[in-house]
Design a protein around this ligand. Structure first.
Ligand code: TRP
Ligand code: SF4
Length: 547
C-alpha cells in the first residue's frame, strides 16, 4: 500500500488497519519473540506495547528521501532510529549492518534486508553485510560445506542488488578476528541467567550456541570499533531480543554513567529521582534568593505531601505501582534525613562504572565549572545532561574505551506466503527464492492465493481485498520498486473493482519473471568477479560426524 500524503485517506488503509491483518484470522495474546523459532509475529501492535518498539511513522518525516519500504509502512517499527536519521541529514558518520544465516537460498524476504542495507549505504552510511556462519553451525547444525555454498549465494544477491563492496564491508563471523575478540569482551558483561531469561536457554543449550549470541552482539557493535557512531540494524522483529541485549551490553561497557542528582547520596532509579525533583522544585520556588533548600526539609515536604494525598499515596493506579511509589518515597526520605542539613542542589553526576583510574582523573580534569569529586563519582553543577553525555564519551574514547552508542534498529513486516499463511522456506510454493528459475517464479505467482472475490461479478461490485492479498503484497514490497504511483494504482483498481485477479496475477507474474531473470544475470556477473572480494567461501575446517 502506498502512503502518499496526497492521497485520499478513505481509500488508503493506515498502518493501523494493516495491524489488524492476520492472515490466519486469529488473535494472539502474547507475542513470543524467538530468534530461532518459526513463529510469525501475529500482532505487530503488541510489539509496541510489550517491547517498546516504536512506530516507524513517527520518525518518517525526519528521514531524508525515505525508502519505499518506509513510505509504504513495510518498515513498521524502530528502536532509537532518530540519531541515524539525524546523521543522515547532517552528513555525519553513521553505519548500517545486518547479518544472514546461510541456512538456505536467499529469498524475496531477504531481499528487503539487502535493499535496506544498500539504501543506507547510498545515503552515505558505512555499510556491513555479514554471514552468520557460526550461528548457522551452532544453532542450526549446518555443515561447513552447506554453509559455504549458501554464504556465497547470499553475497551474490546482495551484490547483484547494488551493494558496493569497495565502500562497504562483507565478512563471515568465523573469519573476523576483531568480531571474535569483541564478542569475548562483551561476554564478560553477560551471564547465563540473563541468556536463559532472554532466549530460554537451559542446561541442554550448547556452549557454541551461546557463543553465537555474543558473536551477534559483537557484529552489531562492530561498526563502532573505530569510534562511536549511530548504527542501524535492519532486521525482522524476531531479532529484537538480540537488539535489546546489544543495547544493554553497549551501555554496560561504558566507562561512565551520567545521571541527574540532587545531593551527595545515590538514589535508586527514576521514581526516587522524580520525587527528589518534585521536592526540590516546590521548596526552591518558596525559598528566598539566598536561602538554600536542605535535605531534611525535603524529607518533611515529601512526608507532608503524602499526608495530604492520603495514606494510599494518592495514585489511582495498580496496587503494585502504588506500593512501589510508597517504597520509593520511604527510601528517599530516609536518605534525605541522613543527609540532614546538606543543601539539595540539582547537578549532573558522572558515575565511574568501568573507567580506568587515568580516565577517571581525566574526566575530573575535563569537567568545567563548579564540581565536587567523590570516591566513585563526580558531580558537575554547571553542565547540562547532553553536554555531560558528550564529555563522558569523549573522555572514554580518548582514554582507550569504546564509547559505544546504543545501536538502533528498524523492523520490517514479514511477507505473507503465496499460498496464504506464512512464508516458509520449507514450503517452496509459499515463497520465491532469488535463485528460482524465472519461469518457476512466474508459475508460483500465477498459482498464488489472492484477496479476490468468488466471481468476477462480485469483484466488480465489491472490489478485491488488496489488504489481504499476497499478490498485492508482492507489488507493494517488491514489484513496484520505487514507483509509488504504480503501487497505488494497483491498490485503487483492485479495491475499486476495476482490476480482476487473473490479469493482475498475470502482470505480477511477468514482473516477477523479469525481476528474477535480471537479478540472476547480475548474480552471474558478480560470480565472475568474486576474487575482487575480500571474503573466502572455503571454510577449511575439519569435519566431525553428526555435523
Ligand atoms: N541472527 C540473525 C538471523 O537469524 C543473523 C545475524 C547474525 C545478524 N549477526 C547479526 C542479524 C547482526 C543482524 C545483525 O538471521
Ligand atoms: Fe489481489 Fe490483484 Fe486480485 Fe486485487 S486484483 S485481490 S491485488 S490479485
Amino acid at each position: 500500500m502506498t502512503r502518499d500524503p496526497d492521497t485520499d485517506a478513505e481509500a488508503e488503509p493506515t498502518s493501523e488497519d494493516r495491524d489488524d491483518l492476520r492472515p490466519d484470522g486469529g488473535a494472539v495474546d502474547d507475542v513470543a519473540l524467538d530468534p530461532w523459532g518459526s513463529a510469525t509475529v501475529d500482532d505487530y501492535r503488541k510489539l509496541f506495547e510489550q517491547f517498546g518498539i516504536e512506530e516507524f511513522d513517527a520518525v518518517l518525516p525526519d528521514v531524508p528521501d525515505p525508502h519505499y519500504l518506509m513510505r509504504r509502512g513495510v518498515i513498521f517499527g524502530h528502536r532509537d532510529y532518530r540519531p541515524v536519521a539525524e546523521a543522515m541529514r547532517e552528513g555525519e558518520d553513521f553505519a548500517v549492518l545486518s547479518g544472514f544465516m546461510p541456512t538456505g537460498d536467499p529469498h524475496i524476504g531477504h531481499k528487503m534486508v539487502f535493499d535496506e542495507i544498500i539504501w543506507h549505504q547510498q545515503q552515505g552510511g558505512e555499510a556491513y553485510g555479514l554471514i552468520a556462519d557460526l550461528e548457522a553451525h551452532a544453532a542450526r547444525e549446518l555443515s561447513w560445506a552447506e554453509i559455504d555454498e549458501h554464504a556465497k549465494s547470499y553475497v551474490l544477491s546482495l551484490l547483484a542488488l547494488g551493494f558496493d563492496p569497495e565502500a562497504g564491508a562483507l565478512y563471515r563471523q568465523s573469519d573476523n578476528r576483531e568480531v571474535q575478540d569483541l564478542g569475548f569482551e562483551l561476554g564478560t558483561k553477560a551471564n547465563f541467567s540473563e541468556l536463559q531469561a532472554i532466549y530460554d536457554f537451559d542446561g541442554e543449550t550448547d556452549v557454541s550456541h551461546m557463543q553465537s549470541v555474543v558473536t551477534q552482539m559483537a557484529d552489531i557493535l562492530y561498526p563502532q570499533l573505530d569510534g562511536p557512531k549511530p548504527t542501524v540494524i535492519p532486521v525482522g522483529p524476531d531479532q529484537d531480543p538480540h537488539m535489546r541485549l546489544a543495547r544493554d551490553l553497549a551501555a554496560r561497557m561504558r566507562y561512565f554513567g551520567v545521571t541527574e542528582a540532587f545531593a551527595s547520596f545515590e538514589v535508586d532509579g527514576a521514581v526516587e529521582r522524580t520525587l527528589l525533583r518534585q521536592a526540590y522544585d516546590a521548596l526552591d520556588a518558596e525559598a528566598a534568593d539566598d536561602e538554600r533548600v536542605r535535605c531534611a526539609d525535603a524529607a518533611d515536604w515529601l512526608r507532608a505531601e503524602r499526608e495530604a494525598l492520603g495514606a494510599s499515596d494518592g495514585t489511582s493506579g495498580e496496587a503494585a505501582s502504588r506500593d512501589a511509589l510508597s517504597d520509593a518515597r520511604e527510601s528517599v526520605c530516609e536518605k534525605l534525613d541522613a543527609a540532614g542539613k546538606e543543601p539539595l542542589r540539582p547537578r549532573v553526576r558522572f558515575l565511574d562504572r568501568n573507567a580506568t583510574e587515568a580516565a577517571f582523573d581525566a574526566l575530573i580534569e575535563a569537567v568545567d565549572g563548579e564540581k565536587r569529586v567523590y570516591e566513585n563519582h563526580v558531580d558537575a553543577f554547571e553542565m547540562d545532561r547532553g553536554a555531560a553525555e558528550e564529555l563522558a564519551r569523549e573522555v572514554e574514547v580518548e582514554n582507550g574505551g569504546y564509547g559505544f552508542l546504543p545501536p538502533s534498529s528498524i523492523y520490517h513486516r514479514f511477507m505473507t506466503g503465496l499460498t496464504g499463511g506464512k512464508m516458509s522456506s520449507s514450503v517452496p510454493a509459499s515463497h520465491i527464492s532469488l535463485l528460482d528459475d524465472p519461469e518457476d517464479g512466474y508459475d508460483k505467482v500465477k498459482a498464488a492465493t489472492t484477496g479476490g472475490r468468488e466471481t468476477a461479478e462480485e469483484q466488480r461490485e465489491k472490489g478485491g481485498k488488496a489488504d489481504e492479498c499476497p499478490v498485492y503484497e508482492l507489488y507493494a514490497y517488491l514489484l513496484s520498486g520505487d514507483d509509488d504511483e504504480f503501487a497505488k494504482e494497483v491498490y485503487d483498481e483492485c479495491v475499486g473493482g476495476e482490476r480482476l485477479c487473473g490479469g493482475c496475477k498475470e502482470q505480477a507474474a511477468e514482473l516477477m519473471e523479469e525481476f528474477l531473470a535480471d537479478h540472476q544475470e547480475k548474480r552471474a556477473e558478480w560470480e565472475e568477479r568474486l576474487d575482487e572480494l575480500d571474503i573466502d567461501f572455503d571454510s577449511d575446517r575439519k569435519r566431525i560426524g553428526g555435523d
